[in-house]
Design a protein around this ligand. Structure first.
Ligand SMILES: [Zn+2]
Length: 358
């Protein structure tokens, strides 16, 4: 068998299933047979042509699968083992990753800066919406799935959970903090779960969809606010006695959510931004206290690597949080165009879709 099915970007508006050669396995690679993958909001931006990738690139960056073939240098794993790998799939060779930032592994040496971080799967190399994916730097990236966990239970680890939890970690939430989480899509829901695990005493979840707010409660939100029904900033200031929240996590990437997050911060509070923005942000003087608020604004991109994945898998295995409930729909890989249509239009209460190649 030399060919496989893969969902590739063709042109704006077109992601199609095509036949592609199964890639050869280099000494540091692993070939993983995908058992479950999923579609991310970023993939929809790629589909619409809002985030450019090379035509013919296989899309997808959230793999759960089985090691089919290991490169000769890759130690400590076996063929046939169930594994995941993080969405970014860092090489750990860049200055940024050597400095502890596994996601900023872009490897650009000329200017030392790449705005899109170091994201590789389905961005700069073939991704996971296929029968097989080649994992580069496999020894740094493969994480075995603990026995007894389903694909759905661990499907959020490579991206959504790592990103959402990173938002709570970057906010440096202390036990007893009050935290607001703006937007309760999959990443915002994971940020809510992360805030709970970090010991927040009150988590205020904000969204415009009541079903999502319901799930936010299941994952740890104490108060939910529908921005279509209330003035969110007023409500949060009331809930905190005018004091503001210790941390506000932004999980959408819009001016409104960013600005609201800034407006509800206490003096000295932290705005932890997870959204991917597609236009310039404006920081109003009032919301910014003219620069005198002692506030911190921090951003995070999905941390990767096998140790990050091991920790996230342990969170799932320990039963601390159940993110399987974010998987609302299942499709075969052959139906991926249909799955994009449902997910892209956010129909039928979809949060995440499980895509099964086999
Ligand atoms: Zn993603």
């Amino acid at each position: 068998m030399t060919m496989m099915k893969a969902a590739v970007f063709v042109a704006p508006g077109r992601i199609e299933l095509v036949d592609k050669p199964i890639p050869p396995v280099g000494p540091n690679d692993a070939l993983v047979r995908i058992t479950t993958t999923t579609i991310c909001g970023t993939d929809v931006h790629i589909l619409k042509g809002e985030y450019p990738v090379a035509p013919g690139l296989t899309i997808g960056h959230e793999p759960v699968g089985i090691i089919e073939k290991l490169g000769s240098n890759v130690q400590g794993y076996q063929e046939g083992q169930r594994v995941i790998a993080g969405a970014i799939c860092p090489s750990f060779n860049s200055y940024a990753s050597q400095d502890g930032l596994s996601s900023q592994d872009g490897g650009c040496t000329c200017h030392g800066y790449k705005p899109m971080g170091g994201w590789r799967f389905g961005n700069t190399i073939d991704g996971t919406q296929a029968e097989y994916v080649l994992v580069p730097d496999a020894q740094a990236n493969l994480a075995p799935v603990p026995d007894g966990l389903s694909d759905e239970q661990v499907l959020m680890c490579p991206d959504i959970m790592s990103t959402g939890f990173a938002g709570a970690e970057a906010a440096n939430i202390k036990i007893g903090d009050i935290v607001a989480v703006f937007a309760q899509g999959p990443i915002g829901l994971c940020a809510t779960a992360g805030a709970k695990l970090r010991g927040a005493s009150m988590i205020i979840a904000i969204d415009g969809v009541n079903e999502r707010l319901q799930i936010a409660r299941q994952l740890g939100a104490d108060v939910t606010l529908n921005f279509r029904e209330v003035d969110v900033v007023d409500e949060i200031l009331k809930l905190t006695g005018g004091r503001g929240v210790d941390a506000a996590i932004e999980a959408l990437g819009t001016q409104t959510t960013f600005e609201s997050a800034l407006r509800v911060l206490k003096p000295g509070g932290t705005l932890s931004s997870l959204g991917v923005y597609s236009s310039d942000l404006v920081i109003p003087l009032g919301a910014f206290h003219a620069g005198l608020g002692d506030n911190k604004i921090v951003t995070s991109l999905c941390p990767g690597g096998k140790e990050r994945m091991r920790r996230l898998l342990n969170v799932v295995a320990s039963g601390r949080v159940d993110l399987g409930l974010l998987v609302t729909h299942e499709y075969k890989l052959e139906q991926i165009v249909e799955a994009y249509d449902l997910f892209g239009h956010q129909r039928d209460g979809v949060l995440k879709v499980a895509i099964k190649p086999f």
